[in-house]
Write a protein that binds this ligand. Structure first.
Ligand code: GLC
Length: 746
């Protein structure tokens, strides 16, 4: 008996001790934050809200800053961006460790599509519709950058955009809210891994909050004006998906939204993000966006800008320096409540504790790990895999593709055919003497000695408008069995501050294709860009077209994999390609209007143009395959449903062709009649399915209330009873099966 009592007692004391320990651990971070906050002076608190850029890299308008390191030492800086590498981050962190309270710095960098190994640009990755591959891409970027001293990436950019004149479409996921929300979640998970504090995890930073992609005229930094319904229905959901995925931080946007700059917009940052959505991380401004409220004509001076920004929930001032110059005095003059400053500091300190930086400020700055992890063969192989999944087959007349590897002579023509640097795309991390695989090199790697590669640039550069190189290009084409051409944008023609009013293929490149076509040989065109481009002549006259974006370190190998059938392209456009800039904004989920133009001819009194059809050149969700898929046997398990129930939808996908491949089966819905006008279709689900020749598979979807819901006239999220159209296809403009069902009142 006594022994039992003893055993029970010791068991209970162990449990209690563990419980106390766990309870102690459970409150540790919050308690540590409070304890540290209590030791901080007002200046030190303001210092945590201040972020400077490093010297090596400018990603915004740099202003002279000779006191940078002195400020760090005096505890006036909470974070640095654009400091790269284990060595440099350690060096700068050592300066921060000389400050009174030794609060470690956060190091942030734009790791947008890869760190040491460059992956395809995000818009290209979105074309894969392959969420696992997209997450893997972000995972590799996190593993590499975390090994190189980074704590934080300024990604994912989740701005929905329907305007290809805006150069920043290259960093997002395109025009669709549903696809964009899934990709936002995949990227946050990829960057943040299992949990923050792991040595292969970096903080995500969801940007640009909010609605930056709707800048008027597609002009970067321009104003945004939209209804609450458009904001909530189209532009906010990817941000919410990122919050739900546990994103650590947000970045606000340069634009004013309905007259209020995002960085001074408490509706966005306090009511929605920190209020309704309960976001516990912190918000960093975009580069100088707080100070820029003066240029917006919204704040009269730095002090007002700082006051509006902190009141609106901007926690950290990136390179604006107005918090550092004005916030302490605003608090002392009782114009800003210290509680707001404390809240911002808490949010930032909490992340520093979560990352383990107080235990070891240098834990991410480990040169041995950096040298081991970066640029591995496995990382390059993942980049190549992502790249080939991102390529979209736009045309393939007479099944010209895939090409035979036993072709005798191939002409490789175009100013991008041997380019390495343009394969990086914008927002890539630049490396000295980096090696990227160009198209030409990828062909060399793919083909044996029996195939002769001929080359001509044709144009001196992508912007060269002369025809001086045309004759040589035509001569080279005449000697070949097949011509492969690489035309498009240079790496810096899409990206930040790269809006284009004319989104045709630049220079004389399209004329080069015309000239080469005269040689009478089959012509395969690889169009490369950071955005949808316009190339109507190429679209009508090339024999085959592969849109290959900017594909990163393994670009040429991925293109060769696709060109010669070692990978059957399955990409689907995440953004509409217009026929003309005059059609912009043009997107698939448009409204019917009172005078729809279903036959695509403007005609009299129809919503259209008298000089052009409404339809785009290539639609959202479009992309061909080397094989042929059929979709049949559409079945719904009920034709009437109440909102608490769901409908099971099945259809049969079959590979009718001779190549194995993947198809993205897309499910669209239309709410035929509702209390507000609804789009003619909206993507609500998709399945990417791999099938061998002759194989078939039943594809299943579940239609539920959430998919039928929208914001009604009072902005209540609701599903209204009535008829719904269900459409299934392999592109938004190629519906292969359709049905309808009734949502009944419960
Ligand atoms: C830039 C961009 C933003 C980027 C930041 C830091 O101006 O707008 O996306 O993360 O500055 O480079």
């Amino acid at each position: 008996m006594k022994k039992q009592l003893l055993l029970t007692f010791s068991f209970l004391s162990i449990c209690f001790g563990t419980y106390a320990q766990s309870k102690k651990a459970a409150i540790t971070i919050d308690e540590k934050v409070e304890r540290l906050l209590g030791q901080m002076t007002l200046e030190e608190k303001v210092g945590q809200l201040n972020q400077y850029t490093g010297d090596r890299l400018a990603t915004g308008p740099v202003t002279e800053n000779s006191t940078k390191y002195k400020d760090i030492k005096e505890g006036k800086v909470g974070s640095m961006l654009n400091v790269r590498g284990a060595k440099d981050t350690r060096m700068v962190q050592e300066i921060a460790m000389q400050s009174r309270l030794k609060i470690p710095l956060l190091f942030g960098l734009d790791v947008i599509h890869g760190y040491r190994v460059t992956f395809p640009i995000p818009l290209a990755e979105a074309a894969s519709w392959d969420l696992k591959a997209i997450e893997t891409s972000a995972r590799v970027a996190a593993i590499e950058s975390a090994a190189a001293g980074q704590h934080w990436t300024f990604a994912p950019m989740v701005d929905i955009s329907r305007d290809p004149r805006w150069g920043r479409v290259m960093e997002g996921a395109g025009e669709d809210t549903y696809l964009g929300s899934l990709i936002a979640k995949a990227r946050v998970k990829g960057f943040q891994g299992n949990k923050l504090g792991d040595l292969d995890a970096i903080m995500a930073c969801v940007k640009h909050f909010a609605a930056y992609g709707a800048a008027i005229g597609g002009r970067d930094y321009n104003s945004v004006d939209m209804s609450d319904r458009a904001l909530w229905e189209t532009y906010l959901p990817p941000f919410k998906a990122a919050v739900d995925a546990g994103a650590a931080t947000f970045m606000n946007s340069f634009n004013d939204l309905n007259g209020i700059p995002a960085t001074g917009n408490s509706y966005l940052q306090r009511d929605i993000l920190k209020g309704k959505w309960g976001f516990k991380g912190f918000v960093v401004s975009d580069w100088g966006s707080i100070r820029e409220m003066i240029a917006h004509g919204f704040a009269k001076n730095n002090a007002e800008a700082a006051q509006y920004a902190i009141n609106a929930g901007s926690d950290m001032d990136m390179e604006g320096r107005v918090y550092l110059s004005s916030l302490a005095k605003l608090v002392q003059d009782r114009k800003v409540d210290i509680a707001l400053v404390d809240d911002a500091v808490r949010r930032i300190l909490r992340k520093k504790f979560e990352l383990g930086l107080f235990d070891d400020p240098y834990r991410f700055s480990n040169e041995a790990r950096e040298n081991k992890v970066l640029n591995s063969a496995d990382n390059r192989s993942k980049s190549r895999d992502m790249a080939k999944r991102s390529i979209v087959l736009l045309k393939n007349d007479k099944q010209l593709l895939p090409l035979s590897k036993s072709l005798k002579t191939i002409a490789v023509i175009g100013p991008l055919a041997k380019s390495e640097k343009d394969m990086m795309g914008f927002w890539s991390v630049k490396w000295d003497n980096d090696h990227l695989v160009s198209l030409y090199e990828g062909l060399q790697n793919k083909l044996g000695k029996n195939t002769q590669l001929l080359y001509a640039a044709g144009c001196n550069s992508v912007t060269d408008s002369t025809h001086s190189g045309f004759a040589e290009a035509v001569e080279v084409a005449k000697k070949a069995d097949v011509v492969i051409m690489a035309v498009g944008e240079a790496f810096d023609m899409s990206g930040e501050a790269k809006s284009r009013a004319n989104i045709h293929i630049p220079g004389a490149q399209e004329e080069l294709v015309q000239a080469v076509k005269q040689a009478g040989k089959p012509v395969v065109v690889l169009t490369m860009s950071g955005r949808p481009m316009i190339f109507n002549w190429v679209a009508d006259n090339a024999d085959a077209i592969l849109h290959s974006w900017w594909l990163g370190s393994e670009a040429g190998n991925a293109m060769a994999d696709v060109l010669f059938g070692d990978y059957n392209p399955a990409g689907k456009l995440p953004m509409t390609f217009p026929r003309s800039e005059g059609q912009i904004p043009v997107y698939y989920n448009y409204k019917s209007t009172g005078r729809p133009s279903p036959t695509d001819l403007a005609g009299v009194y129809r919503s259209g143009y008298i000089d052009m059809v409404n339809s785009p050149r290539y639609a959202f969700g479009y992309g061909l395959s080397y094989t042929k898929f059929s979709l049949t046997d559409l079945k719904l398990d009920k034709s009437k449903v109440i909102s608490t129930d769901s409908i099971s939808v099945t259809c049969l996908l079959k590979n009718e062709g001779k190549y194995a491949g993947e198809e993205v089966v897309q499910l669209y819905l239309q709410d035929v009649f509702a209390s507000v006008t609804r789009p003619v279709k909206e993507l609500k689900s998709f399945e990417k399915v791999y099938l061998k020749p002759g194989e078939s598979k039943t594809v299943k979807f579940v239609v539920n209330k959430e998919m039928l819901s929208f914001y009604d006239q009072k902005m209540n999220w609701t599903a209204e009873p009535g008829e719904f159209k269900l459409m299934i296809g392999n592109s938004s403009d190629h519906i292969m099966l359709q049905s309808k069902f009734e949502l009944e009142t419960n």
